[in-house]
Design a protein around this ligand. Structure first.
Ligand SMILES: [Zn+2]
Length: 214
């Protein structure tokens, strides 16, 4: 360890996002928590009609990382999470001519946070894999927040109306949606529907984590 790294460690010791213990610089988890990540392998799953892949199951330390990226302003987490996605992705999924399309955050939430975690993740993945990123989807403010008490059909219909392709932004032929986590798949399905309606021929999705059992 050089003197600069030593000074950095003393001033701001790197910590583990899951247990708050010490971690190695550049590693978001300590060795013990890293060992608890449940790796899913290269298999994609069909979620609401869309092929989805994620390196880890959404449980344990993976939840802590997603929460950190989403709610605690840990924009530095986008790089290591993108690295884990890129290292484990099935062959051919993240290769040109695929274009990365971030799942648009709810505009109010993105404003409060000051950033959009899916866009950060897509940018980091794009730099790694030499893939273009197209922010061609947008999400309207209406109908986003109140999901409780609505049926699944109402939620899907509401989302489908809220997500659309930005006018004037060319949609790619082959799109890979990028989000931090896929749970019900409703958002991914709404995005895929909007892209298909705009003429995109092939839509798949990657996330950092996927709800177990999928
Ligand atoms: Zn830990």
């Amino acid at each position: 360890m050089g003197p600069l790294e030593l000074a950095l460690d003393l001033l701001a010791p790197p910590f583990c996002w899951a247990c708050a213990g010490r971690a190695r610089r550049g590693e978001p988890l300590c060795a013990a928590c890293r060992g608890e990540l449940r790796w899913r392998g290269a298999e994609t799953v069909l979620v609401e009609g869309v092929e989805v892949w994620a390196p880890v199951a959404y449980e344990g330390p993976a939840r802590a990382l997603v929460r950190g990226l989403k709610f605690h302003g840990a924009t530095g987490l986008a790089e290591p999470l993108a690295a884990q996605i890129a290292a484990a992705a099935p062959a051919g999924l993240l290769r040109p001519p695929a274009v990365l399309v971030p799942v648009p955050a709810h505009p109010r939430r993105a404003r409060v946070r000051g950033y959009d975690q899916a866009a950060l993740l897509a940018a980091a993945l794009g730099r790694r894999g030499g893939l273009a990123v197209a922010g061609c989807l947008r999400r309207h403010d209406r109908g986003g927040g109140r999901q409780v008490g609505r049926t699944r059909g109402q939620r899907l219909a509401g989302l489908a109306g809220a997500i659309a392709v930005r006018p004037g932004v060319p949609a790619p032929r082959r799109a890979v949606l990028v989000d931090d986590v896929v749970t019900t798949g409703a958002t991914v399905a709404a995005c895929a529907g909007a892209l298909a309606a705009a003429g995109v021929e092939e839509v798949a999705a990657v996330a950092y984590a996927l709800t177990p059992g999928r």
